[in-house]
Design a protein around this ligand. Structure first.
Ligand code: ZN
Length: 123
């Protein structure tokens, strides 16, 4: 049975799709390009988040310098454009402190809007 689905768009090229409700691509070309990851590299959402993560990492790296760890106020991070909502993963230690990471650089929220900036140790 054919169903018109006006709100669905091709995952690869964003063209409107009509036809079966479970259709995801206009054609094999779009399916292939999507599966090859071309779409994921070009997607504005993914690109923006990747850029934000890379920027966050660079900011943490810059704040840390050659040190093992350093304490910085929140304003210092914000002033450089740090976006706290973008992290790659978290790590909770035995004390129950949760560190937020952007790749190998991370931070632990401290009292009064200060942050402990750290680098993940080599394993
Ligand atoms: Zn398409």
């Amino acid at each position: 049975m054919l169903t018109v689905t006006p709100d669905k768009t091709c995952l690869a090229c964003d063209k409107k799709l009509s036809g079966r409700a479970d259709k995801k691509f206009c054609n094999d070309y779009c399916r292939n390009s999507y599966n090859n990851g071309m779409k994921s590299a070009n997607s504005p959402i993914i690109r923006n988040i990747n850029n934000a993560l890379i920027k966050n990492r660079r900011i943490l790296q810059g704040l840390l310098g050659e040190e093992e760890m350093t304490k910085k106020p929140k304003e210092k991070l914000l002033a450089q454009g740090f976006q706290f909502k973008y992290t790659t993963h978290t790590y909770t230690n035995k004390k129950g402190n949760t560190y937020f990471f952007c790749y190998e650089y991370g931070y632990l929220p401290l009292d009064n809007d200060w942050y402990l900036v750290v680098r993940r140790k080599e394993e």
